[in-house]
Design a protein around this ligand. Structure first.
Ligand SMILES: NC(=O)c1ccc[n+]([C@@H]2O[C@H](COP(=O)([O-])OP(=O)(O)OC[C@H]3O[C@@H](n4cnc5c(N)ncnc54)[C@H](OP(=O)(O)O)[C@@H]3O)[C@@H](O)[C@H]2O)c1
Length: 223
């Protein structure tokens, strides 16, 4: 792990982003929580620091967080995806942006409803431009898992622009206590994002809150 990297979790005051921030801060990363409101970010960061017993997390506005960090993570509801990305576009240039967003369309969140571009990640790439490497990950990880120190029984399928960027994000997956796989180009994100609706459906059907996926037949590190 590169302990000098700083991660900004845009929308990190929410369930998924705050949980990921907790895991990365636990692993030694410098983490900044981003919010539309700096005060809300500071309050979420204070919660996490109390849980961690250290001053490891900072809270800033989304733009300031994005500007200060090396890698950005976007974790907002799909309805806020476009406006959030537009608000950090300038600060994201030249960086990796990890998109966690699932294009759920309430109230039918158990039905796959992909956007015209193919996926939320492809929309992000188009909004942020070619100078940004958008990598899609964590859509199948329920926030229910994140506020524990246990290894998570769900794999992370990592897709996105550029192999080097995907490999960098696989390091973040590992640091967060999960097993990740390089699942190829950004167009493949539509499958991973779509899977989340199936998992939500199956959670309801089988009385769970944390269904996930496991890849079998592969060994980590093998080509
Ligand atoms: N929850 C899960 O278990 C889970 C699992 C996998 C993937 N995901 C995906 O991860 C993303 C975040 O999920 P979540 O459950 O963490 O969402 P959330 O708690 O509802 O929202 C996350 C943050 O997004 C910001 N936000 C909310 N509404 C907004 C709006 N209208 N405009 C701009 N910003 C807004 C808020 O931050 P500020 O008010 O501080 O700006 C909020 O704290 C979603 O796309 C979700 O589908 C979630």
């Amino acid at each position: 792990m590169n302990i000098l990297l700083t991660l900004a979790v845009i929308g990190g005051t929410g369930k998924e982003g705050k949980g990921l921030a907790y895991r990365w801060a636990s692993a030694g990363y410098r983490v900044i929580i981003g919010s539309r409101t700096a005060e809300k970010a500071e309050s979420a960061a204070a919660d996490l620091n109390e849980m961690l017993g250290a001053e490891a997390v900072e809270g800033l506005s989304n733009f300031d967080a994005a500007e200060k960090a090396d890698i950005l993570v976007v974790s907002v509801p799909y309805s806020a995806h476009k406006s959030t990305l537009e608000s950090i576009r300038e600060a994201a240039q030249g960086k990796i942006v990890v998109d966690v967003t699932v294009p759920l369309v309430p109230p039918k969140v158990t039905k796959v409803q992909m956007p015209e571009a193919g996926s939320a990640a492809q929309e992000a790439q188009s909004i942020l431009g070619e100078n940004v490497s958008v990598v899609s990950a964590f859509q199948n990880i329920s926030h229910e898992h994140l506020f524990s120190d246990r290894t998570i029984d769900c794999d992370v399928l990592v897709t996105g622009k550029g192999k080097d960027a995907r490999l960098e994000v696989l390091k973040l997956v590992k640091a967060a206590g999960m097993r990740g796989w390089d699942a190829g180009v950004i167009e493949n994100s539509m499958v991973v994002e779509g899977l989340t609706s199936l998992l939500i459906y199956m959670n309801k059907q089988y009385g769970s809150k944390s269904a996930g996926v496991r890849i079998t037949g592969l060994k980590q590190g093998k080509k």
